[in-house]
Design a protein around this ligand. Structure first.
Ligand code: TRP
Length: 349
């Protein structure tokens, strides 16, 4: 597997002070936890790509089918010529569906994984030769400066993959607010949000039979060893996925299968057998909760699509609060919005 691929890279070139700080702090906390963004180096991004193709991993297929079936409706609601800004674009595998439908004036993919970003930017440029593509290498949870070239163009944010679910609620609200600020007045957001469902379907999606998700999770330990001069005995750790009912989230942990001692950049750590490092959450939302989340984040949902199995949802929202508040005079736009909002369509696979 591609996991070995960049083991030859110079550790000095990969050294990142923010990664060092997050790992040292995270391993010192109780419970231990490392921010999930560090899962996505080149190997991690490749492994995640492999996850999206697993038979157990339903979100990608469900979301793609929703987007394909809803594409022309989405275009009808967004109108032409917006600049599409994709947050955490990765391989941008769902992007062509959207770009073909909405006739955009520019495409701005944002990702933390530079190699992936350029590769997919090139691929999309080839697919859409007349579309200006402006890739931005950034952690999209921070403040962003959009390219000058799209300064006066209305924006459509695209945030697929239920990545919003990888943030706890206050962080998700902050991110949505930041996106509203970055994208600006009159912008829209098309977001994928995974639904709450039976654990029989949920758990295998995060703990597949081939062990790809396990490799993805364990990759962060390899990265610590490679980039932070770590001595973590990776084979002593197990990938654990569990459903936290109270928080409606899947949690990913790396559990020590025996007592372990290791160092990271010269600092010593020990973990008892059964102790775990929390690496990721994947929050799931019912339709109402998803709308509440968006409103708290400064967006008004205007349309909501799901698949036949109601596994996943795609929501289109517009920037700002709804003007249907009783204190505010009702305008004609509101009447249209409320109609659109009531239309919940079901599409098949
Ligand atoms: N956004 C994806 C999700 O929550 C990310 C993801 C899928 C993931 N599988 C994972 C993150 C396994 C960590 C581990 O579904």
């Amino acid at each position: 597997m591609a996991l070995q691929e960049n083991d030859q890279r110079s550790p000095v070139a990969e050294f990142d002070p923010a990664f060092r700080r997050d790992v040292l702090e995270g391993l010192s906390r109780r419970p231990r936890a490392i921010p999930a963004c560090w899962l996505y180096d080149r190997s991690g991004s490749e492994l995640f790509e492999a996850i999206t193709m697993l038979p157990e991993y339903y979100p990608t297929r469900a979301e793609r089918s929703i987007l394909s079936r809803a594409a022309s409706e989405i275009a009808g609601l967004t109108g032409d010529a917006r600049a599409v800004v994709e947050f955490g674009s990765g391989s941008s595998s769902k992007t062509p569906i959207l770009l073909s439908a909405v006739n955009p004036s520019a495409y701005v993919p944002i990702d933390i994984s530079i190699d992936f970003l350029w590769e997919s930017a090139e691929r999309l440029s080839a697919m859409f030769p007349n579309l200006p593509v402006y890739p931005i290498e950034a952690d999209f949870t921070g403040t962003l400066q959009l390219p000058r070239a799209i300064e006066n163009v209305p924006r459509l944010g695209f945030f697929p993959g239920s990545t919003i679910g990888n943030l706890v609620v206050p962080a998700a609200v902050d991110l949505l607010r930041m996106m509203a600020k970055t994208l600006g007045r009159g912008s829209m957001l098309l977001i994928g949000i995974d639904r709450i469902k039976n654990t029989d379907a949920l758990l295998p999606a995060y703990d597949d039979a081939q062990g790809v998700t396990a490799a993805f999770n364990l990759n962060i330990l390899h990265r610590i060893n490679r980039d932070l001069r770590g001595t973590v005995p990776v084979d002593a750790f197990r990938h654990v996925a569990r459903w936290n009912e109270a928080e409606a989230r899947i949690e990913m942990h790396l559990m020590a299968a025996r007592d372990v001692r290791f160092t990271v950049d010269g600092r010593h750590f020990s973990m008892a057998r059964g102790e775990a490092i929390h690496t990721e959450n994947s929050l799931k939302y019912g339709p109402h909760a998803a709308n509440v989340l968006l409103r708290a984040g400064g967006w008004t949902p205007i349309a909501h699509w799901t698949d036949d199995g109601e596994l996943f949802s795609v929501i289109l929202a517009k920037e700002g609060a709804a003007r249907s508040d009783p204190l505010v005079k009702l305008s004609q736009t509101d009447a249209v919005d409320r109609l659109a909002f009531r239309r919940v369509i079901s599409v098949g696979d």
